[in-house]
Design a protein around this ligand. Structure first.
Ligand code: SER
Length: 861
């Protein structure tokens, strides 16, 4: 019976829903609040606290189709990808879970019913394993289900390994929930190489594990102790790609519908024909992890999760290049992927443009990295004494230039050099050590500080409260008392201090007893306990002491305003820029707010102004800010904005500001939007490909910002005024200089007609206003004479002026002279006998008109 991957996904969830399971959405690939985990690597991750009994939900049975990445940390399949039939960096795990509800009996019966009844797999194709000592599971399979003994295989601990190190004892990581498991295998048939589980050939592709049923019984601590869970539970996982292969009658995951389409698309964008090439599989696998990691907010970078993403992208690009890809190609697969993923691809569709951009830029940058690395490597090889490239150089290429070691190896090999792998490993190990010391992943709160208690938060309505000291830690060690000067973490049974969460920073303030004063500089969550970080400034503090807890109210209020404004801005951004705006990060402090979101280009100044206007309008409307607790389904029905992939309890807090904004949020907010007072954006900029950041302030800080801007503006304005004044002065001086120079030049053109000094001249571009001054100046220079100047000023306006010294006005009148010329240039004029001005509109006629002056004067002198 053929079933598509999408059909299988739906059938699985429906089957378990019919068995009383709540269908829960896949959680993000970035695990929420779990520093022990690099990526979500199993369906049970989002339920970790339910198994531990720390978190209670309204259901005790759940089912999911969880997206997982295994490319780092305890479960890492990266290097196997493409080279086996069934390893992936990204896969989907179908799972059913019981939190202290059913146990082995039902788990086994359900799995069997789904496989043999719903999917109709032939029983004889299936065999199972159990943990060596798990007689109970053995008997259920044998007696209740009827599997013959020879198809139930007991698997013990690995030889030479630690206790419980076994394929049939599942552990999430070095710490956390774990237990014995029973795996179901499918026999792909004799023609495929491979042996039964537990045999030396078990790694072949004939017997494939399809479903793991974990019987969760313990919480493993860092020191190896196995603490029994409050109630035995069940965690199962079936890789959807593996079961798809079976239902589609193929022997490799890469032959199922999803991968066939991706492999074809990859071959097309690269321009490569042989669809069986392993590099195509690598690329088809990697686009899945890369695209979904970006959807879940991971960006390529040089550390942590971002670095793993970068490595996977680079690995894909290298395999593409091997097949002859020209230019960026990887990003072109995103659209195809969104289509083939069916219901699991919906969010990717929404964020497609962003994912494409991030990948394209990363590919282009990597192209440059490759070029630079090749130059350095070629030079190193050219100058090498001997045939072995030292490990330090390989490491430097890798570490500083991002040039992968396997590539260095390839290039060296082509030129018949080898690389010092041991030296490289040594340098790598030293770096790993540095990373560990820098406290990267792998630290566990269970390990650092063991806090099992739960703090009651009483701070939504006020900033003061009474609590008792549950536990205290100094440098990670639990202690019963503190003395003045101790830097410590104090856990209370009840507190008004908000612990950092949802982007909002932890509260600051003081804890007081009759004798002691503990100054709190930050509040963080440790599991379900609230940890007050700070210093005991005075007196002593002991476990069990009653304290009066007092939050710094000013800072709290300022943060609350910023948090409420963040919600308003989020909605305003979606209104102004579009629905594609997705929150990618948020930081709310007393000083201001920071909001990161997806948008492919810089936000234009007018768009920022529009966002500001909308937010300020909503502030003036003065909505009451309401909080309501409801179940997640009702919240979604109400249209509450939830962050994609964020982990929400089934009872959620819904925050609404009129009908403008409805979001799921556990943070602290103003009572009315009007409390925000004023909202002001300080800056907008890009922080990664396709991700923008806005920083803004509210309340007093917004007023300060406006005032500072006004002051700045005023300063700039008076600076500009002073400057323009001094420029004007300079211009005047230059003009005067020019005028006297022009007059001097003009004086050289003086001729005589009938013994009278005459000056006729055309100026171009002088100001008509300046002509009078020039004529005065020229009259002075000539002492006795006649002056006629024509000028073509800006705008093609002709300006004319005539000047006659007093002794000559009996013979020639300036008014007549200027009029004679004016008539020839489309104007007319007149004036006093010694000085007369006129205008004209025909500059082209001016030269001829001025030429006529000589004969006109000759007649009169
Ligand atoms: N957690 C188990 C696994 O990942 C079963 O879901 O195999």
């Amino acid at each position: 019976m053929y079933m598509s991957t999408d059909e299988i996904r739906r059938a699985f969830l429906k089957f378990f829903e019919s068995k009383g399971h709540q269908i829960v959405e896949s959680s993000s690939l970035v695990p929420a609040d779990d520093p022990t985990l690099l990526f979500t690597n199993a369906g049970m991750n989002q339920f970790k606290d339910c198994f531990l009994g720390i978190e209670k939900r309204s259901y005790t049975r759940a089912t999911t189709a969880q997206r997982c990445v295994r490319a780092g940390g305890k479960h890492n399949d990266l290097e196997n990808v493409g080279f086996t039939a069934r390893h992936h960096t990204f896969f989907e795990m179908l799972g059913n879970f019981s939190f202290g509800d059913y146990f082995k009996d039902d788990a086994i019966a359900y799995a069997w019913e789904f496989l043999t009844d719903v999917l109709k797999l032939p029983q004889e194709k299936l065999l199972v394993t159990v943990y060596e000592t798990d007689d109970e599971a053995f008997d259920i399979w044998n007696k209740k289900i009827g599997i013959p003994e020879d198809r139930i295989i007991r698997i013990g601990d690995k030889k030479g390994g630690k206790a419980y190190e076994s394929d049939n004892f599942w552990q999430m990581g070095d710490t956390g929930p774990c237990g014995p498991c029973s795996e179901i295998f499918y026999d792909h048939g004799e023609e495929i190489w491979g042996g039964r589980p537990g045999t030396p050939e078990e790694d072949g592709d004939r017997f494939i594990e399809i479903w793991n049923n974990v019987f969760m019984q313990f919480n493993r601590h860092a020191d190896g102790t196995m603490e029994p869970l409050p109630k035995p539970s069940v965690d199962t996982g079936m890789g959807i790609e593996r079961i798809s292969a079976i239902m589609q009658g193929v022997h490799s995951n890469y032959e199922i519908d999803v991968f066939q389409k991706l492999i074809k698309a990859t071959a097309e964008v690269i321009g490569y024909d042989d669809l069986s090439n392993q590099s195509l599989r690598v690329v088809a696998d990697h686009i899945r992890s890369c695209a979904f990691l970006i959807v879940d907010g991971v960006m390529p970078s040089n550390e942590g999760r971002g670095y793993v993403l970068r490595r996977i992208i680079r690995r894909a690009v290298r395999h593409g290049n091997k097949l002859g890809a020209q230019g960026a190609f990887f990003y072109k697969l995103v659209g195809v992927l969104a289509d083939v993923m069916g219901t699991a691809g919906e969010e990717l569709k929404k964020q497609q443009e962003l994912v494409e951009k991030v990948l394209r830029i990363e590919e282009e940058n990597f192209g440059r990295t490759l070029e630079r690395g090749m130059t350095i490597l070629t030079e190193a090889l050219d100058n090498l004494d001997g045939k072995v490239l030292d490990g330090e150089t390989v490491f430097k290429l890798y570490d500083t230039y991002g040039f992968p070691a396997d590539l260095t190896n390839d290039v060296a090999r082509e030129r018949e050099f080898s690389i010092d792998e041991e030296g490289f490993e040594k340098a790598m190990e030293a770096q790993r050590q540095r990373a560990r010391e820098a406290g990267q992943f792998g630290t566990d709160y269970n390990e650092a500080i063991k806090v099992d208690t739960q703090t009651e938060f009483c701070g939504y309505t006020g900033t003061e409260g009474e609590g008792a000291v549950d536990a205290m830690f100094v440098e990670g060690e639990e202690t019963d008392s503190l003395s003045a000067g101790d830097k410590a973490i104090v856990i209370l049974d009840e507190t008004p201090f908000y612990a950092e969460s949802g982007g909002q920073c932890g509260d600051t303030g003081v804890l007081k007893t009759a004798s002691g004063l503990f100054k709190v500089s930050d509040t963080q969550k440790l599991g379900n306990a609230f940890a007050h970080y700070g210093v005991l400034e005075e007196g002593v503090l002991a476990k069990g002491d009653k304290v009066h807890a007092q939050v710094d109210a000013d800072r709290r209020i300022a943060s609350a305003l910023n948090h409420s404004a963040t919600h308003l801005m989020h909605e305003a951004l979606r209104l102004v820029l579009g629905e594609h705006v997705v929150q990618k990060g948020s930081l709310v402090k007393a000083e201001g707010l920071r909001f990161d979101f997806s948008h492919l280009e810089a936000v234009k100044p007018e768009e920022l102004r529009e966002v500001e206007r909308i937010v300020n309008k909503q502030i003036r409307i003065n909505h009451e800010i309401e909080t309501n607790i409801m179940d997640i389904e009702s919240a979604k029905a109400k249209g509450a904005m939830a962050l994609f992939g964020e982990k929400y309890d089934d009872q959620v807090r819904v925050l609404s500001m009129g009908d403008f904004s409805t979001e799921l949020c556990g943070g602290i907010h103003a009572k009315h939007t009007g409390d925000i007072g004023l909202f002001k954006i300080l800056s907008e900029g890009g922080i990664a490909a396709g991700i923008r950041r806005i920083e803004a302030v509210t309340g007093e800080a917004a007023l300060d910002a406006v005032e500072a801007q006004a002051n700045q503006f005023e300063e700039k304005l008076s600076e500009a005024a002073a400057r323009s004044k001094s420029l004007e002065k300079e211009i005047q001086q230059l003009k005067d200089k020019l005028a006297s120079q022009e007059s001097a030049n003009l004086a050289n053109n003086v001729k005589e007609i009938a013994g009278v000094k005459v000056l006729v001249s055309q100026l171009n571009g002088a100001e008509n206003k300046a002509l009078r001054g020039m004529v005065d100046e020229l009259k002075n220079q000539l002492g006795s004479g006649i002056i006629m100047l024509g000028n073509v000023a800006e705008g093609n306006k002709v300006g004319l002026i005539a000047g006659v010294t007093k002794d000559l006005i009996g013979k020639v009148k300036a008014g007549e002279l200027v009029n004679m010329v004016a008539q020839q240039v489309g104007g007319k004029g007149g004036g006093r006998p010694d000085m007369a001005q006129a205008g004209g509109s025909d500059p082209a006629a001016l030269p001829e008109a001025l030429k006529s002056v000589d004969s006109w004067l000759a007649e009169r002198l």
